[in-house]
Every structure is written in C-alpha cells, then in structure tokens.
Design a protein around this ligand. Structure first.
Ligand SMILES: Cc1ncc(COP(=O)(O)O)c(CN[C@@H]2CONC2=O)c1O
Length: 499
C-alpha cells in the first residue's frame, strides 16, 4: 500500500442514515488530533509521494531516487539482516523443515546451532509460533534478557522484572500511561528529544517538562538546568513524577558520561522522580571516550532505591529488525502492586509479537564462541558496526566542511543533528509563509535532492537555533553521492541568500 494511502481514503457518502459522520476531525479525541510525530511528518510524507512519482514518471524530478534519511530504518537502506536470526526465524515459521521427512535436506541448508535454537524456541511456544504467549513474554526469553543485563552490568537482574514488548515504543507508552493519573502530571524530557515522548504525553494529556541538552558540550546534560526546569514546573503546580533520558541520544547522538549518569540518579532520588532510561542505541557507540554505561548499573553501584524503567529494542544496534517489532523494559525498585498493574495492562493486549520476542532472544543471547554460527554472526555484526562508525564520522565531517553549518560528532545512535545558521532573509520568508524555517529548508532540500530528513523543530531545539536530523544509513557505495547531493543543495541555498 502506498505510504499515506490511509489519508486519501475517499469519502463514502454520508455514513449514518443520511446524517453527518459520527467520527469527524472535530468530534475525535483532541489529544490525538494535537499530537505530532515529525519523524514521519510532512516531509517524509511528501518524499513518499515523490517516490511514487519517480515510479510513474521517471525523469520528472531533478534526482533519480528518494534517499530516506528521516528514519533509523537500516534495512530500508540495504543493510543486510543477520543470517542466524533469519535462519532461526525461517525454521520457526515453517516447522516442516524440522520434520523427520525434511531434516536431512534442512541440515544441508541450515547450521546445526540454528536448528537447535529453533527447536529450543519452539519448545517454549508449544511448537506453535502462531500462538499467544504469556502477556509479559516468554519466560525463558525474559531469563535470557536478565542474564544479558547481569553480564553487561555485573549486578543481579530478575526475569520477573523484565517485560517483553512489540518494540520499545509500546513499552514507553505503557510506562507513561501508568505514570499519568491527571492532566497535572508532568514528565521531564530532553530537548531535543525523540518525538515519541512529546507525542505520547500529548496523547495522554500530560505535561512535557523540557530540559535542554547542551550542544556546546557534546549534548551533555546539565544538572543545574534540571534543577531549574523542575523547580519552575513544580512552582506552577505541575506534579512532576518522572525524568526521561535517551542515552545514546536521539536526535543528538550524545552519549552520557558515567559521572553525569550518577548525578542524574542522585537528582532523581533527591526530587523523587522515576527514571525512564531509553537505551535502545546502547550498542551504537562510536567513541572510546564515552562508552555506554547503563542507568541500571549506576543505580545498582550507588545502592540507590530510585525507581527505574530501562528500555531496549531489536530495531537498533546492529540487528536493525525495525519492522519485526521486538523490545523490552526492565523495571527496578518498582512497587509490587504497580508491577501487578503493569501485568494487567500487558494482558489487555494479550502478548508481544512472538517473532519479535525470538529476535530479542538472539539480541541478548547471540551465538557464542564455539557455536557453528559464531564466526559468521560476529563477522556480520562487526562489518555493520565498522561501516556505521565510518559513515557517522564521514557525515559529521561533511556537515562541518560547509558554511553556516556545524555538527557534533555522533558519539552514538544513528543520526547527525547539524546546526544550520539560516540567513535572516530566509527566516523571514519562512515565517511569512507560516512555516518553521528549518522545515522549509528541509522541504527545499527534498525537492532539490530527494534527500528526506527531519527538521530540528520536530525534536525541539534551543530558541533561535535551527537544526535538522539526518541518519547516516545510506549504503556506503551511495554515500558519496548522497553527501555531494546535499553539499550542492546547501551551497546553492547559501549563495541564494547571501548578499
Ligand atoms: C530513542 C528511541 N526510543 C524508542 C524508539 C522506538 O523503537 P521501537 O522500534 O523498538 O519501537 C526509537 C525508534 N527510532 C525512530 C524510528 O527510526 N528513527 C527514529 O527516530 C528511538 O529512536
């Protein structure tokens, strides 16, 4: 189906017995009408229309293809899936391959450890990958997640505190839903932030309490700014209950130092804030100076009783299985009765996606040294990692080589978030059109180059500054063309607006 086709559904007449529609843009839930999610906003939607136009009218645009840099969707940009994961999935989907009649043929096509893993996983679901599982997810997978966390941090983790979900998005939405008991409730979010947070807070009619990340300090977080933002919100009567941290950062790519994390934990203890640690990019680290340290590890090291939810996903890292929908949260120091309510909430949507759960298991429990697939799995992961690291540095360097542009290196995640000094004449032109200046800049970029990025206004930014977010996911064989196309656009843009 065409992207956005849903939005073009033809009206089928008057609906109820000749009367006006019951469900209209005015009668719908106003929270949903007001919420925004720029990662798939106006510019990506136009990009999909232009993609269709290139199919039906080749040569009708000044570029050959759309380069979707608006979304961290690696396999849309030719990243190969991990072989072992797909082998196990295939065997679990078509279990005849494991039958006595076919197993000899299967053994010619699949390594022994993939066969064993598929058989083990199938035993968890009664050999029926199409059946519902437990609401919190398959217990044995939750055990593997807990072991992964213990190995990563060196502190205990219990499967009873792990909940598998169909992606981290659903986990975040569920926790925010639990926290928000009235419109007075506020949750502190970084600016710039991944708009899942502002969208979800709008959806549940809660207050977003912003704190600014410091661009001139590699996007580190300032405790002084947290204190100020919290005091201001509470003085206005907002019931601030939680603090969101995205580490490594989206869209910023910043990775918090352990000392900064400890300060944040103490801040949340002091002010009784639940920590929501979004760590979906924990494997996407490209710098030795800022290695990934989990909030769970620091909370355990400090012996803190602060309440913590940590989120992870199969969509990022080197796995990149975005559409397969898999993820989890770990709940630490959460009240037992609340845990019971979280179970109830999970049970309403029956269970997380089963193949997503199995992919989580491979994420946290990959082939080990000595396994038949270990060498290939490690080689594939290393190749993807090294390529991402090269592309991250190359894109930031390209942005920094241009006039009116500066960009912090991506220490982690999948994005560069350059700052653009937009000429005042252009800013005035955009405002006269009722548009955000960086949004108009990105729209002109798309129309000139086919590159689809997201304006900084879609993530929030310090007033008076302008940014955009681009992934560094275009495949390396097309990367130079991608950068050249962008450079040509930007230099032409600056020339047009320079006196
Ligand atoms: C910080 C962060 N948290 C959660 C999610 C959701 O992950 P799931 O796929 O597991 O629900 C994303 C997805 N990143 C979006 C999607 O691609 N580009 C983005 O900015 C993200 O960037």
């Amino acid at each position: 189906p065409k992207q956005g086709a849903h939005a073009n559904v033809a009206s089928t007449g008057t609906g109820t017995a000749g009367g006006a529609k019951v469900l209209t843009i005015d009668s719908m839930n106003p929270n949903i009408r007001e919420m925004e999610y720029a990662v798939r906003g106006a510019i990506p939607i136009l990009a999909e229309k232009l993609r269709e136009q290139l199919k039906t009218h080749p040569g009708s645009l000044p570029f050959k293809q759309i380069t979707a840099c608006n979304i961290g969707n690696p396999q849309q940009l030719e990243q190969k899936p991990l072989t072992f994961l797909r082998q196990v999935s295939a065997l679990m989907e078509y279990t005849d391959l494991l039958s006595p009649q076919m197993i000899d043929t299967t053994r010619k096509l699949f390594p022994e450890d993939a066969i064993e893993r598929a058989r083990r996983n199938l035993s968890y679901v009664g050999n029926a990958v199409g059946a519902y599982t437990q609401s919190l997810g398959i217990y044995e997978v939750r055990q593997d997640v807990a072991r992964f966390i213990e190995e990563r941090d060196g502190f205990p983790s219990s499967p009873d505190n792990i909940c598998l979900t169909s992606g981290a998005s659903g986990a975040v939405e569920r926790v925010i839903d639990m926290l928000v008991s009235s419109p007075d409730v506020g949750i502190m979010i970084p600016i710039p932030q991944y708009p899942l947070y502002t969208a979800t807070l709008a959806h549940v009619n809660a207050q977003a309490v912003p704190y600014y990340l410091q661009e001139d300090k590699d996007w580190q977080l300032s405790i002084g700014d947290l204190e100020h933002s919290l005091a201001e919100a509470r003085a206005k009567g907002t019931d601030v209950r939680a603090l969101v941290v995205i580490n490594p950062g989206n869209p910023t790519g910043g990775c918090l130092l352990e000392s900064n994390i400890a300060e944040i934990v103490r801040f949340c203890e002091r002010h009784r804030l639940v920590i929501m640690a979004d760590e979906v990019y924990q494997a996407n680290i490209y710098t030795e100076t800022n290695p990934f340290v989990s909030f769970k590890k620091v909370v355990a090291q400090l012996g803190s009783d602060v309440e913590l939810f940590s989120f992870h996903s199969i969509s990022k890292g080197m796995v990149g299985e975005c559409g397969r929908r898999g993820g989890y949260y770990e709940a630490v120091n959460i009240d037992e009765k609340v845990m019971g309510q979280l179970l109830k909430l999970a049970s309403v949507s029956l269970c997380p996606n089963v193949q997503g759960q199995m992919a989580v298991d491979i994420l946290v429990n990959p082939p080990r040294p000595g396994d038949a697939s270990y060498a290939q799995y490690k080689a594939e992961v290393d190749d993807i990692y090294e390529s991402m690291k090269r592309r991250a540095k190359k894109l930031a360097k390209a942005f920094n080589s241009l006039p009116n542009m500066s960009c912090n290196d991506a220490q982690g995640a999948m994005y560069c978030f350059p700052r653009v000094e937009l000429p005042q004449a252009f800013v005035d032109e955009a405002k006269a059109k009722g548009q955000q200046p960086d949004s108009l800049y990105c729209m002109q970029m798309l129309e000139a180059t086919g590159i689809s990025v997201v304006p900084g206004s879609g993530f929030g930014q310090y007033p008076g500054t302008f940014h955009f977010r681009s992934t560094f996911l275009p495949p390396e064989n097309l990367f130079d063309d991608f950068i050249d196309g962008f450079k040509r656009f930007h230099l032409g843009f600056i020339a047009r607006y320079s006196p």
